[in-house]
Design a protein around this ligand. Structure first.
Ligand code: AMP
Length: 486
């Protein structure tokens, strides 16, 4: 199938050809015609499958007729992080180059005044993180009654980050008659439940994680003795990077403060490193990211939140300085390498006490991560075999004494199956809703999130909006009929 079979306009086909794409990816093939028909979509797809174009392309065509009114966006895309929102905005630039649609990005950490100005001018496509969107809404700076298309991207990540109450609030402010597209990399029960309330008779589309990444990522696990010092982990990381002669890579830490420590340590030891975490101002984050993408920075130390969805095609290595405590994060982390058919390498440094997290990862992926001796220089053994059903059912063996130490290729595709069958590591639904109830005060969550993301919300112009602000609804201008007594 080619792009011209999908029903897209000539302008879009030209833009797609300019981007160098020959054939649609599976999610594009499945989703684009359905979105063009105006049907809702519930898509299970990860970053790297081409899912962004699967919704941006048809949206651009649907929106090409009509004009946005001031403060009334015609479509809304919700993203969990600022970087992902910025990436989606770039996609609109690329694919929308022959159309004259306006877009705006509402993300924390950037000037609210500029964002308000963009809203005032009217936008066809609004790309936003939930917190900043609600902030502006509550300040009367935008109206959501004209949104015809809603995209909820990375829904499972929204759930992890505690954004679902915000998303629910936003959805309740939108017109009932709309087209909704919801995407999630995994399908825990909570996401299925939400899809039932957000979507109407959706077409369910599920695509496997890019097979190239599953097939081309070489993994390894170095386990240090229980209680080893952080210093020891940093030395192990340095040895590993040198031994691997890594061209470039991301070093993942579980905690924000460790990002800075590991980054500074790498710099001190002569590595060309950068860091990405929530305490950095947004312009500095974007600059670091761009320098990493351009190859000016060789190693980027970052947290899961900061690195989520980063699309860097030629990354040779991923190093997990810490074992992720959520098994799904492991799949997301290692998916940053081995893209577009290239060979990738993903190494994890564990302490003895991390064995329960390693076991959860192995149980989820159905494959044991091959152990690597930190003092030996040979690469971990490879085996092409897919995980057997038994491997997926049986809890994986512990790092010491594991049975199959050779299997090492992950098949993250099963993340799309319902939570009951595969997502053994996700917290039960009741636990999720309890946790979220605790966070039900939006203002508290907003403050908590801003602390986590490291920005102060307010660079807003002047105080609260009075009445309807500058917006005067047209019916206010209608003349009253004269009464008889006049
Ligand atoms: P995404 O899953 O949306 O993050 O896309 C991952 C990468 O695939 C991006 O760099 C896109 O530019 C690229 N991409 C999207 N669609 C196609 C396509 N049909 N052919 C080749 N590359 C594509």
């Amino acid at each position: 199938m080619s792009f011209s079979d999908l029903g897209l306009s000539d302008e879009l086909l030209r833009a797609v050809a300019d981007a160098g794409y020959d054939t649609p990816t599976p999610i594009q093939e499945k989703a684009i015609p359905v979105v063009l028909m105006g049907r809702d979509i519930f898509g299970c797809a990860q970053t790297g499958t081409g899912k962004t174009a699967s919704f941006t392309l048809p949206m651009l065509d649907i929106l090409s007729h009509g004009r946005a009114k001031s403060r009334m966006p015609r479509s809304l895309i919700l993203e969990p992080t600022r970087e992902l929102a910025a990436q989606v905005a770039d996609n609109f630039e690329t694919y929308g180059k022959y159309q004259r649609l306006s877009k705006a990005l509402l993300i924390g950490g950037e000037s609210m005044a500029d964002q308000i100005k963009a809203m005032d001018n009217g936008v066809d496509v609004l790309i936003a993180t939930p917190g900043r969107l609600l902030d502006l809404f509550e300040r009367g700076r935008l109206l959501l009654n004209d949104v015809k298309i809603l995209v909820i991207d990375e829904a499972d990540r929204m759930l992890d980050m505690g954004f679902i109450p915000d998303v629910e609030k936003i959805v309740s402010l939108l017109p009932k008659m709309r087209n909704t597209l919801m995407f999630s990399a995994t399908m825990p029960k909570e996401i299925r439940r939400l899809s039932e309330s957000f979507l109407m008779n959706p077409k369910e589309i599920s695509v496997a994680a890019p097979s190239s990444s599953a097939a081309t990522i070489i993994q390894g696990l170095i386990t240090l003795p229980r209680g080893s010092a952080q210093k020891e982990k940093r030395a192990t990381l340095r040895d590993l990077i040198r031994r691997e002669d890594a061209k470039n890579g991301i070093v993942f830490c579980n905690r924000k403060r460790d990002v800075s420590i590991v980054y500074r340590s790498m710099e001190r030891h002569g590595f060309n490193a950068g860091q990405l975490h929530g305490d950095m101002a947004q312009p500095a984050r974007m600059e670091t990211l761009n320098r990493f993408k351009a190859g000016d920075i060789q190693f980027l130390v970052c947290s899961d939140v900061a690195a989520r969805g980063l699309d860097i095609p030629a990354m040779s290595h991923v190093f997990n300085f810490d074992v992720p405590t959520h098994a799904e994060d492991y799949v997301h982390r290692i998916g940053r390498t081995g893209r577009a058919g290239r060979e990738g390498h993903a190494y994890t440094i564990a302490l003895g006490e991390d064995s329960k997290y390693v076991a959860a990862i192995e149980k989820m992926t159905g494959i044991a991560i091959p152990p690597v001796d930190k003092n030996k220089s040979e690469k971990p053994a490879q085996r092409d075999k897919k995980p057997s059903a038994a491997a997926a059912e049986e809890p994986a063996k512990k790092p010491n004494g594991r049975g199959d130490s050779k299997s090492k290729r992950v098949a993250p595709a099963d993340a799309c199956a319902p939570a009951d069958s595969t997502d053994q590591t996700a917290p039960p639904a009741e636990q999720i809703s309890k946790t979220q109830k605790k966070k039900s005060n939006r203002k508290d969550r907003e403050r908590e999130r801003e602390r986590e993301m490291g920005f102060a919300a307010d660079d807003l112009p002047s105080g609260p909006v009075k009445g309807l602000g500058e917006h005067v609804p047209s019916f206010f201008m209608n003349a009253f009929p004269a009464s008889k007594s006049d």
